[in-house]
Design a protein around this ligand. Structure first.
Ligand code: PTJ
Length: 243
């Protein structure tokens, strides 16, 4: 039992949720270490949405609602941490929700799809094929889903697929707390924010933005600037840590 007055209550409850989902197979065991890495970076940015992340969330919203075929790619960690937030973003953006896994088994795909449906998403689950030029199992996706998407949102990604999707000419939006990761650097747009803060931020912006604002935001995208700002925020916090 985690006492509610524990100073790290939220973090401990999140860990417990992920551990429970790892025992049922929704989260891969490796997903627990990925979460630990994320937590460390979240600590460094102050466990809050920075100004540059807020801007990135607005650009992401503009990209999603202006797309002709947007897809939200969901893995085990994302489903476990943010099922209702994915459903809300789908509703606000009109994007397709598709499961894509690194540690892929048919059973895990089905479990994650079921969980997403329980939490309110309309999941696209047609026949998957090995369509992406990748040697690992993230290559499996749906022809009418991610393969033909023009904009793909990839929370908690692992680099390779992000590069491949970008090379296929797609706009790739990553959510990754690590501004130094290969994913962060190869995406069209990276949101350096925690998943459960970033998704509602994008959803809110989808509901607020006008068409001219979307146009302006998409034209202004500069991922190098956004990543530099995230690194600057971290450096600033580290500088103040010893004051
Ligand atoms: O469910 P599967 O089989 O598809 O596996 C998913 C994992 C997460 C295991 C897989 O995608 C993976 O190995 O990811 P990586 O390469 O560890 O990358 C995950 C990135 O997400 C890291 O850079 C973390 O810093 C970041 N991250 C972790 N938790 C969060 C996060 N970013 C935002 N919010 C989080 N909650």
């Amino acid at each position: 039992m985690i006492p509610e007055d524990h100073p790290r209550y939220h973090s401990l409850v999140t860990r417990e949720k992920l551990a429970r989902c790892a025992r049922t197979g929704i989260v891969s065991w490796e997903g627990l270490t990925a979460h630990g890495r994320g937590e460390a970076f979240d600590y460094l940015i102050g466990e809050r949405t920075t100004e540059s992340a807020r801007l990135a969330e607005r650009i992401a919203a503009a990209m999603l609602i202006s797309a002709s075929h947007p897809v939200i790619s969901v893995n085990g960690n994302t489903a476990a941490l943010a099922g209702p937030e994915i459903a809300a973003l789908q509703k606000a953006s009109g994007a397709m929700v598709e499961v894509n896994l690194f540690h892929r088994t048919e059973e895990r795909v089905k479990q994650i799809e079921d969980l997403l449906r329980e939490t309110g998403s309309d999941v696209f689950s047609g026949e998957a094929e090995r369509l992406l030029p990748l040697s690992h199992d993230r290559a499996w996706c749906r022809r009418e889903g991610m393969y033909s998407a023009d904009v793909v949102l990839v929370p908690l990604e692992d680099g390779d697929r992000c590069e491949v999707l970008a090379a296929m000419g797609k706009t790739v939006i990553a959510i990754d707390l690590n501004p130094l990761s290969r994913t962060a650097r190869s995406a069209t747009l990276t949101i350096v924010d925690e998943l459960t803060r970033a998704l509602p931020g994008i959803t809110r912006a989808c509901e607020e933005l006008s068409e001219p604002e979307c146009h302006h935001l998409i034209k202004s995208v500069d991922n190098h600037y956004l990543l530099s700002e995230a690194i600057r925020e971290i450096t600033l916090r580290l500088g103040h840590a010893m004051d």
